[in-house]
Write a protein that binds this ligand. Structure first.
Ligand SMILES: [Zn+2]
Ligand SMILES: [Zn+2]
Length: 265
């Protein structure tokens, strides 16, 4: 059975400092879920857990306390909002969420590709695609070495624009299949979800092919996928379903490829 686009596990509300759309509220996300036939939508605001010491300075608004300000989430019999977070790994390899907070959340996505945050996720922003490719691999390997409840965790936007502004495809192109197989075999074994949020509809064929390549390997390794729009504003929600369906078609995904937590029920 073909993979159904019936969820969105990566969306922000105004709790995230980078979300400037005042309409991006839990109530409107519930409406978005119902309009698109999504049975689950997970709110994943940015988090650096105040209970986790880090040498880096993180945005003061992105605390557990503030993330919890969305609770209790509105309910509806036709769709469920989940409470989650998008966290980071600092340049010392520290994950920005405590075990206690992880236990309190439905789902947590970890951004390993926020390579634009010099002084936080990386000491300095990578200057060349080669440096960025090295960091891309390093951060995922660090995450996979941790002892975590991976069944309710995902790896966010692996091929996003934050890897290197305007040059992410050059970075992804440098990744060797051997390294990608090693990483995705580990992801598959640990059961961590792989996020699909590539906006392929307006891409050139060449860029699309490069950016989708890692996901083909992930599929080959038996990884499980969830959909995540990473929408920060209402306007971005309008094209989400069409983008999701295009990626599903490109990868020829089946329901058996779905991350278990994203399944109905
Ligand atoms: Zn992100
Ligand atoms: Zn995000």
């Amino acid at each position: 059975m073909k993979y159904i686009a019936d969820h969105d596990f990566h969306v922000h509300t105004t709790v995230s400092a980078c979300c400037h759309d005042e309409n991006q509220t839990p109530e409107n996300l519930l409406k978005y879920a119902l309009e698109n036939g999504f049975h689950k939508v997970c709110i994943t605001n940015h988090l650096w857990d105040e209970g986790v010491p880090s040498e880096a300075e993180w945005h003061p608004a992105h605390t557990v306390e503030r993330l919890k300000s969305v609770l209790p989430l509105p309910t509806h019999e036709g769709a469920r909002l989940l409470f989650g977070a998008e966290t980071d790994i600092d340049y010392n390899g520290v994950l920005g969420i405590s075990r206690k907070t992880l236990d309190e959340m439905d789902f947590v996505t970890v951004a390993t590709t926020h390579l634009h945050l010099g002084g936080n996720t990386v000491r300095e922003k990578p200057k060349t695609p080669e440096e960025a490719a090295e960091l891309w691999l390093q951060k995922i390997r660090i995450l996979l070495r941790m002892d975590l409840p991976f069944h309710k965790m995902g790896i966010a936007h692996l091929t996003c624009g934050h890897i290197m502004k305007g040059r992410s495809h050059e970075v992804i192109r440098l990744l060797q299949d051997e390294d990608l197989y090693e990483i995705f075999q580990a992801c598959s074994k640990k059961g961590v979800g792989i996020e699909l949020n590539v906006k392929t509809l307006d891409m050139t064929d060449e860029v699309r092919q490069v950016l989708m390549h890692p996901y083909h390997i992930a599929k080959d390794c038996g990884c499980k996928f969830y959909l995540g729009s990473d929408a920060h504003k209402g306007a971005a929600l309008e094209t989400v379903k069409a983008e999701f369906e295009n990626v599903i078609d490109i990868l020829d995904l089946q329901e058996t490829d779905k991350f278990p937590l994203a399944k109905q029920g």
